[in-house]
Write a protein that binds this ligand. Structure first.
Ligand code: AQP
Length: 326
């Protein structure tokens, strides 16, 4: 059985990009693998968070995990800051990584745009992510395309440590889906869809009601030639919508383009609204029940205990190999 690890930041409500790029894979993988899914709250504080909102978002994301189909009987689900070894291992890895490689990370460059000085945590974020993954000897890391560079860095650091200190870490592989690997913002298809973007119509969140879904999709930026064709380079807006359509319907993009031959963007968008509303409604309904149940906290505490036991074993191996402690 392969070990799977991944996480989502509690920085807001999960959107269809997170769902199609990552969460759908989380669910697919849990029958055949040992899966560990984390709510990575320590990552979220690399940018300022309101403490009360953060606490709520942790539980929102946890409830959404279960609502999309993650089963805590099959998978371990927990909150990152409840397992102290994440921070402990991150320090060890930071001592084995370089400022040069971290400054090449495109996500850091994007989040740091326009600032004179960045929080050190924003800069070292990919190392905390490497620690999350390596702590659990993960073989597979299901993520969206935006995390490709961070997975590569994780592999580089793992190989570097193994070469220097002897076999310490499993070298993981990223797992990326074809249809949902990179969903772009609805208002600007040059940017990826993001939880924390200011314009709420840039995304569809899993908790949006039907009205909001309709508004956001109908307002989505397209182009002026009005022809439904998949061409991400020259027609990024409609290509993004085709991608979303394909991921929700399971149809190939070629088939969708054929189905809508001769139709305008308005007709296509109306059908997309329908498909997304239908896909999201059952998740939203399940979420309400789960979010309001006492079971949620118990599940997360139990998950932290199970994750902590694995993390402790890895840290013992790391400390032994590095000569740390008594
Ligand atoms: N637009 C996207 N398309 C496909 N996959 C995506 N992911 C994120 N955005 C897209 C994947 O979702 C998982 C969880 O992401 P995260 O919460 O750890 O952080 P992120 O990548 O920074 O996501 P956001 O939504 O953009 O959050 P903020 O606004 O807080 O930065 C990851 O597997 C990611 O690849």
């Amino acid at each position: 059985m392969a070990r799977v690890f991944s996480g989502v930041q509690p920085t807001g409500n999960i959107h269809i990009g997170n769902y199609l790029g990552a969460l759908k894979q989380f669910v697919e993988l849990q029958d055949e693998n040992q899966c560990i899914y984390c709510i990575v709250d320590m990552h979220s504080i690399t940018v300022p968070q309101d403490p009360k909102e953060l606490k709520d978002h942790i539980l929102d994301v946890a409830a959404l995990y279960m609502a999309v189909g993650i089963d805590p009987e099959k998978s371990i689900v927990f909150v990152q800051s409840d397992v102290a070894q994440h921070a402990e291992l991150a320090w060890v890895l930071m001592c084995n990584s370089y400022t040069g490689e971290l400054s090449r990370m495109t996500q850091f460059k994007a989040k740091n745009k326009g600032r004179e000085s960045a929080p050190a945590g924003l800069f070292t974020y990919p190392i905390l992510m490497a620690a999350d993954i390596l702590l659990y000897d993960a073989d597979i890391v299901p993520v969206g395309n935006d995390q490709k560079q961070h997975i590569e860095l994780t592999r580089d650091v793992a190989i570097r440590v193994n070469n220097k200190y002897g076999e310490t870490f499993v070298v993981p592989d990223g797992r990326f889906l074809k249809a949902g690997a990179r969903i772009m913002a609805l208002d600007d298809p040059g940017d990826k869809m993001s939880k924390s973007a200011e314009n709420k119509h840039s995304r569809v969140s899993l908790l949006d009601d039907d009205n909001k879904i309709k508004k956001s999709i109908m307002k989505a930026t397209t182009d002026s030639d009005g022809i439904i064709r998949f061409d991400p380079e020259n027609k990024p807006g409609i290509s993004n919508l085709l991608n979303i359509y394909s991921a929700f319907s399971g149809k190939t993009i070629d088939d969708i383009v054929k189905d809508f031959e001769g139709c305008g963007y308005g007709d296509f968008k109306k059908e997309l609204v329908n498909i997304v509303q239908t896909g999201i409604a059952p998740i939203r309904e399940r979420y309400e029940d789960i979010r309001n149940s006492d079971e949620l906290i118990r599940t997360l505490k139990d998950g932290a205990e199970r994750a902590g036991a694995i993390a402790e074993k890895t840290m013992k191996r790391v400390k032994d190999n590095f000569g740390l402690g008594l």
